[in-house]
Every structure is written in structure tokens, then in C-alpha cells.
Design a protein around this ligand. Structure first.
Ligand SMILES: [Zn+2]
Length: 343
């Protein structure tokens, strides 16, 4: 059993200006300095939270410079890439924190062998966990961002939209809530099923703890390379590369094509030579056809392996390219608690 990570928000008391802390989902906050009570939620009835941008321009640009050199990108990318613009931006996310409870009954089947029959082990698991669901609340265009994972050291502050650049919220609050509750129930069931091969009964419940609109900071760096436009998105708190587009290593593609072509040629020549050595016309024709098939196979292999090599896609970007990095999952477990009645 591990303790849940509490999501704490620092607030400025509107009455005395004192710094107070509140847990996400609390409706009323009591100021410890002046005893006045104030609300975290806005007029629309939803808590808006904003995380402080920690990464400076210098740090963002130096991380970006490192990323240009990393992986199978164009070899001269770091020298030739020119930053056209770099700016911080806040993107809105719906965040639903809640308890997922599930009861799953089923059977785990351990395969036996010829001397031993299959063993059927009954399980009944009761899941009682806290989950954090997040989903982007705006249309992020081509940025390739879908969800967030807020680092432990992130500082949450009261939302102030005068101070920041952000995208408008387009996803409906009710849709986001319903999707989040479904996803939390689905995850609780999946956690309950674990080792079961057959499910006899399952039921999941969701209990809300907090539902907020979270503004999370990013650095967007747009750059050009050989007159083409590319970009990278960095986490504004950890400076990690979240997503990005970069030109691939064209050199390795031509090398591969050359290797493939040479190999095909050598194989063909070898077959023809042995065909002549054997002397039989049918043998020559047969071996020639065989050689052609092998050569075609090599060319198809090279094509499939390198057709996407001209562009590198990092993060949750859609489209054609060599995909790297990992997409942020929309759900994380904040608090674990599972019992299995048969273990
Ligand atoms: Zn106060």
C-alpha cells in the first residue's frame, strides 16, 4: 500500500495576500492568516489550476540543441538548423482525479502437460485505487500532445489568464468528465483482471475526488532546415522533449539503398555464373528467376525499412515518419490497493 500523491495548489489569499495551500478538489479554502474563506472554483463551477513555468529560454534552447544531435536525424542538423521562433505556451487539460473500484471474479488457467491436466485457479479481486486521468482540452493542431503527467515537484498556482498565452478550451466539460470516468472504470477492471484467463463476473464503480481544468506550460520551438519548417515541444517544467518533427538521416538511406543494390547484383551474378557452369538452359532460367525474386525481396526490404527515414516523429505525432519516444498515457495510478480473496 502506498500513500496517494496529494495535488497541492498554492494560492494567494484575496483578502490579505498571504500564501496558503489547498488540496485539489477542495471547494472552500480557509486562510490561516486572516481566517477568511474563499473558493477555488470559478464562476463556471470548475477549479482552474495553472502550473508555473520553470524552464528558462536558455535551458529550453540548450535541451533543444541536444535533441537535434540525438538519434538518426540529419547529420548536419545541429549546424544548419535555425530557430525561427521559441515561446512558452500554456495548454489546457481536463483532469479527473477519482477512485476506481472494481470487483472481478474469474479463473486463471495453468496449462498442464500429458501427465497433468490443466489447473484452474479461482480469483476474486477487489480493486480500490485512485487514478488521475488527463486529456487535452483544446485542439493542439500538429503539436502531438494528448495528455500530461505532472512531475512531483511542479508548483500549482492559482489560474491567472492575464499572464499567459494559451489556446481556447474546445472540448466539452461533460464529454471530458464522462470519458475520464469511463477510462478510470476501465483501468480498475483491467487492474482487477490481471492474471485471470476467464472472467465470470466484473463490475466497476467510479467516485470523483476532483475535476479541474489544468493549464500546463510548454516551450514551442519552431526551426528551419534546408528551407523546410520543423518544430519541437518541450515540457515547461522538466524540459523534456514531448514531441517534435525533424529531418531524418538521408545519408543512411542512400547507404542502405547502395548496400541493397550491390547485394542484389552479387546474388544475381552468382546465380547466372553457376547456371552457366552447370550448362543446362533450364537451370540458367530457373536460377535467373530465383535471383530476380531474391533481388526484389532485398529491394522491398530496403524500401520498407527506409521509406520513412526522411522524417523523424517524436511523441504522439500522427503521419508518416520514423516514430520515436513514447506517447503519454491518459491515465496514471495515484494510489494502489488491491485484494485477491484467493491469494
Ligand atoms: Zn488571508
Amino acid at each position: 500500500m502506498s500513500a496517494a500523491k496529494k495535488i497541492i495548489i498554492s494560492l494567494t489569499c484575496p483578502n490579505c495576500g498571504g500564501q496558503v495551500e489547498a488540496e485539489e478538489g477542495e471547494n472552500l479554502v480557509l486562510c490561516k492568516y486572516c481566517d477568511s474563506a474563499f473558493s477555488l472554483t470559478t464562476d463556471e463551477g470548475i477549479g482552474k489550476i495553472m502550473y508555473r513555468l520553470d524552464v528558462t529560454r536558455e535551458k529550453a534552447e540548450s535541451r533543444f540543441a541536444g535533441w537535434l544531435k540525438d538519434g538518426p536525424k540529419a547529420k548536419d542538423l545541429a549546424e544548419k538548423a535555425e530557430i525561427s521562433e521559441a515561446y512558452p505556451i500554456y495548454l489546457p487539460f481536463w483532469r479527473l482525479v477519482g477512485r476506481g473500484k472494481a470487483c472481478v471474479c474469474g479463473v486463471e488457467v495453468k496449462k498442464g502437460d500429458k501427465d497433468e491436466p490443466d489447473r484452474r485457479i479461482p480469483h476474486e479481486s477487489l480493486v480500490n485505487r485512485e487514478y488521475i486521468y488527463s486529456d487535452i482540452a483544446c485542439d493542439p493542431g500538429d503539436l502531438g500532445i494528448t495528455a500530461i503527467r505532472v512531475p512531483d515537484h511542479a508548483a500549482a498556482v492559482q489560474f491567472n489568464d492575464d499572464a499567459i498565452v494559451t489556446f481556447g478550451v474546445t472540448e466539452s466539460r461533460d464529454d471530458a468528465y464522462a470519458a475520464g470516468a469511463e477510462e478510470i472504470k476501465r483501468q480498475a477492471l483491467a487492474d482487477g483482471k490481471r492474471s485471470m484467463d476467464e472472467i465470470c463476473f466484473s463490475k466497476a464503480f467510479f467516485f470523483e475526488k476532483a475535476f479541474s481544468l489544468v493549464y500546463y506550460p510548454f516551450w514551442i520551438i519552431r526551426y528551419t532546415y534546408e528551407d523546410r519548417a520543423y518544430f519541437a515541444v518541450l515540457d515547461g517544467i522538466t524540459a523534456e522533449i514531448i514531441s517534435g518533427r525533424a529531418p531524418g538521416n538521408a545519408g543512411s538511406q542512400s547507404t542502405a539503398a547502395a548496400v541493397g543494390g550491390t547485394l542484389a547484383g552479387v546474388v544475381l551474378a552468382a546465380f547466372i555464373f553457376f547456371g552457366f557452369a552447370l550448362g543446362a538452359l533450364e537451370a540458367i532460367a530457373l536460377l535467373f528467376a530465383f535471383g530476380v525474386i531474391i533481388a526484389a525481396g532485398i529491394i522491398i526490404f530496403s524500401y520498407n525499412r527506409f521509406r520513412y527515414g526522411d522524417e523523424i516523429l517524436e511523441g504522439a505525432l500522427k503521419g508518416k515518419g520514423l516514430k520515436r519516444g513514447k506517447k503519454q498515457r491518459s491515465i496514471e495510478t495515484n494510489y494502489e490497493n488491491t485484494y485477491d480473496m484467493f491469494n
